[in-house]
Design a protein around this ligand. Structure first.
Ligand code: AKG
Length: 318
């Protein structure tokens, strides 16, 4: 599906657009089934060792991992896509419907940035449902639930300054319906026009430091896709339901531009000019991530050098 002129105009003016029903269930199914299979294998392994006393096999995709986490959190910590490295995810990163939308913004030469995540946003009340968990598990649950609530930030905060002048599009894809109850995204439109990185790595930006503007809450259905400029401030709110709000957030940009995280695997997702450069080697992708993470674990990646809260103006090069 290509972007309509109205969608493109909305993106330019507001710095984001939600494309409803951009993806079919068949586009998301390999990702969801990949996670279901991954979780099932891990659960059965933990059950064998006695770490889990229940399989929770009857629970649906959006709830099973939450029930598991009440007892053991080790699966949760492997869920992000660079650790899990599912074939379904690798294929999804090159999904034609996604790339068609992106082509409307970036043009036909597109790379997939390594700044990409799968999120299993846990219920805020998970700890209350885990009275039997030991102290260490309870502490981990507490931290995991907290890290799932993204405070106000711009995605430009999480790449190095070298990528500041370049357009980077965040693609946010809910795998289940995202609602105000389970912690959908909120954003402040139009801020991209100020061409300013407002904060550095200072996550947890206070409301007082936000650039002025109305906050838009974005409920989305599974199959909808949000495209968002890297300078748009956004956050997600706590998940007040019993289910997990699963989502992917991916980033794409024009081939040849720095991602600002160039120690990690970047690849050509689409090239109309040089088809042979499109990256299709799943095993190589796995090896590339393995090697990169062994060299620099994600928590130790280089960070921006500018101050925690000083605004930095950027001139976008197109
Ligand atoms: O999915 C979320 O809850 C937060 C996502 C986010 O902040 C991002 O993609 O930058």
């Amino acid at each position: 599906m290509h972007m309509t002129p109205d969608q493109r105009k909305h993106y330019d003016e507001h710095g984001y657009v939600v494309v409803e029903r951009a993806l079919a269930p068949a586009d998301l199914a390999p990702v969801i089934h990949g996670y279901e299979d991954f979780i099932d294998v891990q659960v059965r392994r933990l059950y064998q060792t006695g770490a889990l006393t229940q399989l929770h096999a009857g629970e649906p995709f959006e709830r099973r991992l939450a029930r598991i986490c009440e007892q053991d959190v080790s699966i949760y910590s492997q869920i992000d896509l660079m650790y899990c490295r599912l074939l379904g995810i690798f294929e999804f990163l090159r999904n034609d419907r996604l790339l068609d939308l992106l082509e409307g913004i970036i043009g036909p030469e597109i790379i997939c940035s390594p700044i990409q995540h799968a999120r299993a946003k846990l219920p805020a009340g998970l700890l209350q449902n885990a009275p039997q968990a030991d102290d260490s598990t309870r502490a981990q649950i507490h931290a995991m639930v907290a890290e799932n609530v993204a405070p106000w930030h711009q995605d430009a905060q999480v790449h190095l300054e070298v990528a500041d002048p370049h357009e980077i599009v965040t693609v946010w894809v809910p795998l289940v319906d995202a609602t105000p109850e389970n912690g959908c995204l909120q954003l402040i439109p139009g801020v991209h026009r100020q061409q300013t990185v407002y904060w550095s790595e200072g996550f947890g930006v206070s409301e007082q430091r936000l650039p002025p503007g109305d906050v838009v809450t974005l409920p989305m259905r599974a199959g909808d896709v949000l495209l968002m400029d890297k300078l748009i401030p956004h956050r997600s709110t706590p998940n007040q339901t019993d289910d997990i709000r699963w989502s992917l957030d991916l980033r794409y940009q024009r081939t040849g531009t720095p991602t600002g995280r160039d120690d990690y695997p970047v690849f050509v997702a689409r090239s109309r000019a040089r088809r042979e450069t499109e990256f299709t080697d799943y095993d190589q992708w796995c090896r590339d991530w393995e090697r990169a993470l062994a060299a620099i674990p994600l928590p130790q990646r280089p960070r921006r050098q500018d101050g925690q809260t000083e605004p930095r103006r950027v001139e976008t090069l197109l």
